[in-house]
Design a protein around this ligand. Structure first.
Ligand code: FES
Ligand code: FE2
Length: 411
């Protein structure tokens, strides 16, 4: 991948693959990304609602990058599955009989029906021994192999052993199942090597347990949520009563730009950190992830693995958000909480869990409100890109990522 240093100060010349209506928008995104941090500003309005820009993002980002789908602890038993659509590509993540995990297409190999269409009573997750198409009852095993197809005896040369659901390229990285539609993107071990070695590898997320998830259908562009997630400036306003009292905005700092990830430190309020250092105790509701040290006890972190792998990490938990676009002004979000395995054995676990889930919902509702209101704002004639605070540096990083995507696609 090229680096930001190689990005042109002005956009690449329009190519035949980039319709002219998009070129101005591409130019504006690139122009924002090449400003110095001290002059950075928010993205042009249309990037948050233009259907052509979303189509571009689907093709160049969601169909080419690694996209996180679930945590392995969500599908622990053979037959466990999770249904998910990645930019209109219907998929099912499934644990096979041999306990391996596959990401299969939900498109039936008979006449193409979505095997579990949204909105017809099919659960988003569950357990089943076979995958059954409701249309003509073709059935597939947990590896996607066709195992049953009635009344096909007169179909010449039809051999059901040759029919299998499409198996998407997938990987498990740090306990998360990722998929890509690309054949040539580098493996995650390579792509996120620095992110893991320097930062997120210290939480043993693969051994963690996802103990809460919630689904949200959102009336805003996916980048509105991503930008909201990646800056702590809004603790001052939106989270004045929830996060700001212990994770004050002004203490936050951001690691230098990297093409693959962004990382922000959120130190605890000084008096809390002093107490932790004095006692050596992280003083967290759940036990801490093994391997973290006293410095880790004194802060939270926000991570983004480009394009949309979002982690909000504390010593005793990781909030992972699965964020997927569903339209130019809509997205679907799964918010989750992962804690160290064995944490459920602490006294009063159920009560503590309930309280911590509620705390997560409380600050998330504050984010949902500001994101929905921001979507309305960016569509207004009154919107112009606004100047960013140094506390919003990860937003500027993400602009550089977007610019790289544009540059590559238009090269
Ligand atoms: S489309 Fe699935 S069985 Fe016919
Ligand atoms: Fe927030």
């Amino acid at each position: 991948m090229s680096t930001i240093a190689e990005l042109p100060a002005s956009p690449a010349a329009p190519s035949s693959s980039c319709p002219s209506s998009l070129d101005e928008l591409f130019a504006a995104v690139i122009a924002a990304s090449v400003k110095p941090r001290e002059q950075s500003e928010s993205l042009p309005a249309a990037s948050y609602f233009d259907p052509d820009f979303l189509r571009f993002e689907k093709e160049e980002i969601f169909h080419k990058e690694w996209i996180s789908l679930c945590h392995i602890s969500q599908i622990p038993r053979a037959g466990d599955f999770i249904r998910v659509d990645v930019a209109e590509e219907p998929m099912i993540v499934v644990r096979s009989k041999d306990m391996s995990i596959k990401v299969l297409s939900r498109t039936c190999r008979h006449r193409g029906m979505d095997l579990m269409p949204t909105g017809f009573g099919h659960p988003d997750e569950g357990n089943q021994r076979v995958i059954l198409c409701p249309y003509h009852l073709w059935s597939y095993d947990l590896d996607g192999q066709l195992v049953g197809a009635a009344e096909m005896q007169e179909a010449e040369d039809f051999d059901r052993t040759e029919v299998c659901l499409h198996n998407f390229r997938s990987e498990i990285w740090e306990g998360f199942v990722f998929v890509t539609l690309s054949e040539d993107i580098a493996p995650l071990a390579e792509k996120y090597a620095t992110l893991k070695d320097r930062f997120v590898g210290r939480w043993d997320m693969a051994a963690g347990e996802l103990v809460w998830s919630a689904h949200w259908e959102c009336d805003f562009n996916w980048k509105i949520l991503l930008e909201n997630f990646m800056e702590a400036y809004h603790h001052l306003g939106a989270h004045m009563k929830t996060l700001e009292p212990f994770l004050p905005a002004k203490g936050c700092s951001t690691e230098p730009y990297d093409p693959e990830y962004s990382c922000m430190h959120l130190p605890l309020k000084e008096s809390m950190a002093r107490e932790i250092r004095a006692s050596g105790d992280a003083n967290t509701p759940f036990p801490v992830f093994p391997g973290l040290d006293i410095d880790d006890y004194c802060k939270w972190w926000v991570f983004l693995g480009n394009p949309n792998f979002l982690l909000f990490s504390a010593p005793d938990r990781v909030y992972w958000y699965r964020l997927l676009p569903t339209g130019p002004e809509t997205c679907t979000l799964m918010t989750t909480m992962i804690i160290p395995r064995g944490a459920s054995e602490i006294p009063d676990y159920e009560k503590i869990l309930e309280k911590e889930i509620q705390a997560g919902i409380d600050f998330h509702m504050e984010d949902m409100e500001v994101c929905a209101a921001t979507q309305r704002g960016v569509k207004s004639r009154g919107y112009k890109p606004g100047r960013l605070s140094h506390l919003e540096q990860p937003i500027w990083h993400f602009q550089k990522y977007l610019a790289e995507v544009i540059r590559k696609a238009c090269a």
